[in-house]
Design a protein around this ligand. Structure first.
Ligand SMILES: Nc1ncnc2c1ncn2[C@@H]1O[C@H](COP(=O)(O)OP(=O)(O)O)[C@@H](O)[C@H]1O
Ligand SMILES: [Mg+2]
Length: 385
């Protein structure tokens, strides 16, 4: 793409998946023009933003994206922090800063950073292990780089082989009662806001967040402590160039104690429901934060629940049609978000459904009802979503 100096985009986004798509969607009413970089020219964001087609870690492609954009952000951490630092040193604006991205992309460095700041993280037991686990209790082995959606995390029983190759570390296994997330936003002026803690319900088989509920069903004191911890995490990252939305994942253990698990310096699956549950969504907030605008109001407007829509177990990967829209739309106060992916695969995130209701339980019930009605059918000729 030829990009003259008089026609820059307002925002470059590294990655054009569903997060890039929802960022670009939130940008439209604000008149913010987005350009995304993605290896797939038919990526989710392609229908709402212009696309540079290329690998996320390619120096040439990153340079083109960034030089065409007033500010560049990302929807995925797996890019090239080293080269981004070079582009930043040449005067390009990349937010959150590449040095923060570098820290977060290495789960071990990230964890050590939080431990040094006195934040409660599970104990790190070893690095680069192989062979049978010598521990008398189950432990968690994690890939340092590149893991997501549970790929790169393994629970290892005493005596069992450590399954993950490459650079990994081992940490203490926490007896988790509830998984929580607190989203925090920090803008370039240093203003910070948070949303109410949400509860994340995992699909143990797919290792994906299957549903999210707001507010989290935990004691008020626990919610307040979760907010304090998340703001503490954000504060610890501010000197490294935090701007935008930061998702802080936490565990509440069976004794009610909170642990910081990991962070993502970008919009996050746990915040999709803010589109309908909050005055300002995580996507609009991220735009505001990185573009130097005042932050929006994060006040919650309703109890809500989100259910992810994933490709069915036994589907034939490929093109698909969406079924069940009428049944899903018949559920009260339900909001369907399909990501426009060209192909369905087992376990692939295809969309999500959010429902609002007077109680969190009713919201979850409604969201599950609508999600259960929607299908991704293959083997039928027709158009995609
Ligand atoms: N120390 C731990 N103890 C118990 N369970 C853990 C621990 N670390 C991770 N898990 C489980 O594995 C899931 C994925 O781990 P996480 O570090 O968040 O990786 P990902 O980047 O894939 O989200 C967590 O949401 C949690 O369910
Ligand atoms: Mg996680």
């Amino acid at each position: 793409m030829a990009c003259g100096s008089d026609t820059p985009f307002d925002l470059g986004i590294i990655g054009g998946g569903q997060l890039g798509r929802m960022l670009a969607l939130a940008a439209i009413p604000l008149g913010i023009r987005c350009l995304v970089l993605d290896p797939d020219s038919n990526c989710s964001a392609a229908s709402v933003a212009e696309v540079i087609n290329g690998p996320l870690d390619s120096a040439d492609h990153l340079r083109r994206l960034i030089e065409c954009s007033r500010v560049t952000t990302f929807e995925i951490e797996h890019t090239n922090p080293h080269f981004l630092r070079t582009l930043e040193s040449e005067g390009n604006r990349i937010l959150p800063a590449p040095s923060l991205l570098g820290l977060v992309a290495d789960k071990l460095r990230q964890k050590r950073h939080f431990a040094e700041k006195g934040l409660p993280v599970p104990a790190i037991l070893a690095e680069d292990v192989a062979g049978p686990s010598p521990y008398a209790v189950p432990v968690i082995q994690k890939a340092r780089f590149g893991g997501y959606d549970g790929r790169g995390v393994a629970r290892v029983e005493p005596g069992a082989e450590f399954p993950l190759p490459g650079k990994t570390f081992v940490e203490e296994a926490i007896p988790i009662e509830v998984e929580l997330a607190v989203l925090v936003a920090r803008n370039t002026a240093g203003e910070v806001r948070h949303w109410d803690p949400v509860e994340m319900v995992f699909d143990p088989r797919l290792n994906l967040v299957s549903s999210v509920v707001t507010p989290a069903r935990v004691p008020a004191g626990t919610a307040a402590r979760a907010i304090d911890l998340a703001r503490g995490v954000a504060e610890s990252l501010a000197p490294l160039g935090l701007a935008g939305v930061l998702a802080v994942e936490l565990f509440m253990d069976t004794a009610g104690y909170l642990w910081v698990n990991e962070v993502a310096p970008r919009p996050h699956n746990s915040g999709h429901l803010t589109i309908e549950s909050s005055r300002c969504s995580q996507f609009e907030q991220h735009l505001r934060a990185v573009l130097g605008l005042p932050l929006g109001d994060t006040t919650s407007m309703s109890e809500a629940a989100m259910v992810n829509l994933v490709g069915p177990d036994r589907c034939e990967p490929g093109r698909y049609t969406v079924g069940g829209r009428a049944e899903a739309c018949a559920v009260p106060d339900v909001h369907i978000h399909l990501y426009g992916k060209r192909a369905v695969r087992p376990g692939r995130k295809m969309g999500h459904v959010t429902a609002r209701a007077p109680s969190a339980e009713e919201a979850l019930h409604r969201a599950r009802l609508a999600a259960g009605a929607l299908t991704f059918d293959t083997g039928i000729e027709g158009e995609n979503a």
